[in-house]
Design a protein around this ligand. Sequence first.
Ligand SMILES: *Cc1c(COP(=O)(O)O)cnc(C)c1O
Length: 397
Amino acid sequence: MDKHPIYLDYASTTPLDPRVREVMLAHLGHHGGFANPSATTHAPGRHAASVIETAREHLAALIAADPRELTWTSGATEAINMAVAGAARFYADTGRHIVTTTQEHTATLDVCRALEREGFRVTRVAPDAAGHIQPQDIAAAVADDTVLVSVLHVNNETGVIQDIAGIGAVCREAGVRLHVDAAQSLGKLPLDTGALPVDYVSFSAHKLCGPKGVGALYVRREPRARIRPLMHGGGHERGLRPGTLATHQIAGMGEACRIAAQERDTEQARIAALRDRLWEGLRSCGGVQLNGDTPQRVAGILNVAIDGIAVEALVAGTPELAFSLGSACTSATSEPSHVLRTMGLDDARVRASIRLSPGRFTSEADIEQAVACLRSEIRRLREISPLWPPAGQGDAA
Ligand SMILES: *Cc1c(COP(=O)(O)O)cnc(C)c1O
């Protein structure tokens, strides 16, 4: 390919911010933070340890946490496993019931399924048609033996934002701990762990122009939330997550958080304008519907269903663009999106849906070109489609 496609898949992963790359490279040479951060007998080891603590402070500042509440992981998948399985197993003596939702990331869905095989019961609450989980539905699902509720903050396919304050209030009232998967919201929405009634929160760096392979888990100190560790060996990270810390990865995540704290509001406003321009451009084709039709959405995700074409043909016909059908995680199994299905959308609409996700390095020119390209390919595919115009609508669009 002689030209790079326009990248509209930031919800799947993001390119590294060049400022983050600089910070990471500083720890990959003979100087900088290459030493083992546990090797506190010498200056290079102490330097690596201080690099890690500075990164921890950047993440803590972004979410108003105490740095001691943060544990580094290999990503949000590991953090989610640590929180959900770790809390379930720690509190198993007091109950063996977990409440989650039908539209979680596969990490949460799969760890819950594994816990069912260990004898836990799991109740999965469905969202409404706009993709919102209602706090009263969580309240209704909580039982006497519930030990944990686990919900997404922002859905990775639709961008719909959940009412964490409302769900957290229900959990506090019931005396049940709450885990939030914040992989899609870190650095994009305010997330104040000091004010929100959350006990565990999972994060990833690579949705935030940081590196892949690093994330973090927040575990509240006051009132103290506990987990049983998944892995054993070495007592790093207060015994919660052993293994020599990857200084360059962690420093990269820290820098991504520092940048987000400074630039979040202006960046999100800019990306929201790009997303709105995309939506206007597609909507004017006719026969295009917004999935997750609510103002409570994050800026960088637009999920739409396009009538009268096969979206696989749209992907094939627009090689100058990079975007997803449903989510990257579910399309690996080529199943239609569980997230859209659970919102009550019919199979045809789910199969007609695409996700466009602009981000930090998307320009206005990129969006204009993407709109022109999508519109002309939609028009071309509809001209040869037996499904268009829909029956009874004459020559619509
Ligand atoms: C990307 C993502 C994850 C997984 O994060 P990794 O760091 O890739 O393991 C979990 N939850 C949501 C909502 C995500 O978007």
